[in-house]
Design a protein around this ligand. Structure first.
Ligand code: FES
Ligand SMILES: [Fe+2]
Length: 447
């Protein structure tokens, strides 16, 4: 497992000044209702007339609070891949929408998502830098700071201990507490589901089952054997922009023409990218290889010399070997499939203009056995970082633009269909329904 410190810095002062401006003079501050009205209006337009959303959909605190309640806590957030928790007692920590969480594999082999808030007096049972040398039974695992292994959880405040499934195991000096029943105190479990090897959590407990409406996508992805893949590369980023700025950037490939003109455009030209029909719960786009790249790739596979590049994933169709695929499960699950790897982004929105992001690469288990694996992994790390840095720069600059008085509503290209579909999802959630519920489903860009 490799992970990097957050050493990226935007090339300019991103937000402090912009924020100050917006609250004073730059833009007339709209109410939540006005901003949502703007979202509904933008999303009601056909793709050929589509516009951007109101700027304040990405900067307003009330909009963010609404999203936390109605989209993020109410929806399914992906927190881990099963390969990050291979054995009983393996766990990883993350903070999601104000909830300190542990994702842990129990003695019964089940993966659970538990609160880290101690039921005694609210201590985080594993604050950052846990371990307290020799005090806690938990040990860090791999080089990711928030991954560990333990036989039980120990709250460092008054030493209450918990089983891997969250039950209170022991609590010292409680014998004089009357009517105290140990079973009444446990680490609160959150509702979770595993889909295709990814662990999702639903914080408010009321979301419709995750797999509902995903059957087609599950079949589409079957050849990638996602549950068997290994998360081999992970890197954290502190992002000074709105989570929706990243979702839109990840899903549209129009920007290959601009910021990725040297990195991705020569391989997957923007004009060839296309988007499938509207789905209730997800968006699916295709990024076909240029003919010369596809031919070179098939020859590379035929030669069978994988000393300098990862081998293709076994079992993919020729079509799957000729393109990248992009997937968004609303609201924040972002996945890109390539012929030799899968890229997953884990999003932890923190505020209207702050997001913690984990960029990861998953590889076939066979790839980890290759004699030159370390070299191939270093190469894959470099490749992801190179184009992700380009995206970090644009997303940061976009967020600054969203605060400015010079901001104006924009028009979308047909190549930005995933952005338009995402806006239609946001509008549907404002109305309280889902895209496709009202029967007017957008058609695929390919017959
Ligand atoms: S707060 Fe955890 S043991 Fe007291
Ligand atoms: Fe990009």
């Amino acid at each position: 497992m490799s992970s990097g410190a957050v050493d990226w810095k935007p090339t300019f002062e991103p937000l402090a000044f912009a924020r100050q401006l917006s609250t004073r003079t730059a833009q007339r501050q709209l109410s939540l209702a006005e901003i949502q009205h703007g979202i509904l209006e933008a999303a009601a337009r056909p793709l050929s007339r589509a516009t951007t959303l109101p700027a304040q959909a990405y900067t307003n605190e009330e909009v963010f609070a609404w999203e936390v309640e109605h989209l993020l806590r109410a929806g399914w957030q992906c927190v881990a891949h099963v390969s990050q928790l291979p054995a009983a007692g393996d766990f990883l920590n993350l903070d999601l929408l104000g909830e300190p969480l542990i994702v842990v594999r129990g003695k019964d082999d089940s993966i659970r998502v538990l609160s880290r808030v101690c039921p005694h007096r609210s201590m985080d049972i594993m604050p950052e830098g846990f371990g307290y040398d020799g005090h806690s039974p938990a040990q860090a695992r791999g080089s990711q700071p928030d991954c560990g292994h333990t036989r039980l959880f120990l709250c460092p405040y008054h030493a209450w201990t918990f089983e891997l499934d969250g039950r209170l195991k022991a609590c010292p000096e409680m014998q004089q507490a009357e009517d105290f029943c140990r079973d009444d105190f446990f680490l609160k479990p959150f509702r979770s589901e595993i889909w295709q090897g990814f662990v999702f959590v639903n914080l408010d407990g009321n979301a419709p089952p995750l797999a509902e409406d995903l059957a087609e996508m599950t079949a589409d992805l079957a050849a990638f054997r996602l549950p068997k893949m290994k998360l081999a590369i992970a890197r954290e980023w502190d992002c000074p922009f709105n989570w929706k700025v990243l979702v839109e950037n990840f899903m549209e490939s129009y920007h290959h023409l601009g910021i990725h003109h040297k990195s991705l455009q020569p391989m997957m030209p923007a004009r060839d990218t296309w988007t499938e029909q509207e789905r209730r719960r997800y968006v699916r786009a295709h990024l076909p290889y240029k003919d010369s790249v596809r031919e070179a790739y098939l020859q590379f596979e035929e030669r069978g010399d994988f000393s300098t590049a990862l081998p293709p994933l076994p079992g993919l169709s020729d079509d799957q070997k000729s393109e990248w695929g992009l997937f968004l499960i609303h609201p924040t699950f972002l996945l890109a499939t390539a012929p030799d790897r899968v890229i997953w982004y884990r999003l932890q929105p923190i505020g209207p203009d702050r997001l913690k992001l984990l960029t990861t690469t998953l590889l076939a288990p066979e790839a980890l056995e290759l004699p030159n694996f370390e070299q191939l992994r270093a190469q894959a790390t470099e490749q992801l970082t190179a184009f992700h840095l380009e995206d970090m720069e644009v997303c940061t600059a976009v967020q600054r633009g969203l605060y400015a008085s010079g901001w104006q509503p924009g028009r979308l290209s047909h190549l930005e269909m995933p952005v338009w579909l995402f806006h239609r999802y946001l509008a549907a959630r404002i109305r309280g329904d889902w895209p496709t519920d009202n029967g007017s489903t957008a058609a695929s860009q390919r017959p």
